[in-house]
Design a protein around this ligand. Structure first.
Ligand code: NAD
Length: 343
């Protein structure tokens, strides 16, 4: 049976205290399940709950949901160690899917309007990569099941709030800029054409120092020699870029940043030393001095090339990523709770 729950949820949202929405919703779900069970002369209910997995499945919560049922409720997974992040993600995914399908939405993996990423920032990067060609239509919403995430808004503990937020609130859509990379080999052939949500890093894959000429808007800017260069988006500024000492940038600024990775400075190779912020019009070209041993990382993906002669990097002109936001956790609050203190 699939029961459309939308009207009940809206009613609960309207009439009940908001910190008890999930538990009241679960009581109604149990009540409905019991009504159907009794119609079919079934003798018990079976659920997939396990203790302490999310806030609505503590002993106290299970006790309160049980109170609305007269049939026995069996929970065969009750003692399973579901703290494993992957399992939590899978379960949240299933619950979310059930909810969405009961709210007049359909599942379309190939051409979705909304994509839910459940995991951490790494999951968001992988989900972005999967739907990179569909950014014009796709909007992302993410739930973190591990540590606090930068791209994620809901935690595993409060993810059921999404159900209510989606029904009752008008979301804001936040768009963030991306980087566009084109890599060419010596004969001018395009060998990589990709977009990045966090950053593009270049270095040598042999362990030798990486040496390259850096051009901004066609003009020679500096000769780099060192471990490599990290070119980050505003959203990526809190990731690898931050570990390298780069500036943290508000994610909706249309700009990008180059940060050096352990630059050597001597009479031949001389770099600015500071990270550089480039505008959305600026075009960055990196020409490695040695064409072999070239490693390019785009977010979590790494490619080794032995023929790269030129990298062309700009802020993507035709693409941005869109996130749906229901709660207004400001970017600076995210920075504070991730790096300074989590109140
Ligand atoms: P991972 O599992 O090692 O995760 C790296 C960490 O980066 C995680 O804690 C994640 O939450 C965090 N992170 C990712 N994007 C973030 C963002 N935009 N703001 C703040 N923190 C962020 O590796 P992964 O899951 O494959 O993620 C790839 C990312 O790892 C890369 O895009 C890069 O930014 C980051 N990275 C960081 C370093 C470093 O800080 N020294 C080195 C290599 C890669």
């Amino acid at each position: 049976h699939i029961i459309n729950f939308t009207d009940i949820q809206l009613y609960i949202y309207d009439k009940c205290p908001h910190d008890e929405l999930t538990i009241i919703m679960r009581r109604y779900m149990m009540k409905i399940a019991e009504t159907i069970a009794k119609d079919h002369d079934d003798k018990a209910l079976i659920t997939g709950e396990s203790i302490g997995q999310v806030a609505s499945q503590t002993i106290e919560s299970l006790l309160v949901t049980n109170e609305v049922c007269t049939l026995p409720v069996f929970r065969p997974l009750i003692g399973f160690d579901k703290q494993e992040i992957v399992e939590i993600s899978e379960k949240i995914g299933l619950q979310l899917k059930e909810f969405l399908l009961s709210s007049d939405l359909t599942e379309d993996v190939e051409n979705p309007d909304y994509v839910f990423a459940i995991g951490g920032d790494g999951t968001v990067l992988r989900t972005f990569n999967k739907y990179m060609d569909k950014l014009d239509t796709v909007k992302f919403l993410s739930i973190h099941t591990g540590h606090l995430g930068f791209y994620t808004d809901y935690s595993a503990e409060d993810f059921e709030k999404i159900f209510f937020d989606m029904l009752a609130l008008e979301p804001t859509i936040e768009q963030y800029p991306l980087l566009h990379l084109k890599a060419y080999c010596k004969d001018g052939k395009l060998i990589a054409d990709s977009y990045s949500l966090n950053e593009i890093t270049v270095n040598s894959h042999s362990g030798f120092t990486y040496a390259a000429k850096v051009f901004i808007n066609g003009e020679h800017f500096e000769n780099f020699r060192g471990d490599g260069l990290c070119i980050s988006t505003p959203t990526g500024s809190t990731a690898y870029n931050k570990s390298l000492g780069g500036a943290v940038i508000h994610p909706q600024m249309d700009l990008y940043q180059i940060t050096e990775i352990a630059a050597l400075n001597n009479l031949v190779y001389r770099t600015l030393g500071n990270s550089i912020i480039l505008s959305k019009e600026d075009e960055l070209i990196i020409k490695p001095l040695k064409l072999d041993n070239h490693r390019i990382s785009v977010d979590f993906r790494t490619f080794n090339y032995d023929t790269v002669s030129k990298l062309y990097i700009t802020l993507a002109k035709d693409k941005k990523i869109s996130f749906i936001r229901y709660n207004d956790v400001s970017f600076w609050k995210r920075v504070k709770r991730s790096f300074i203190e989590n109140e």
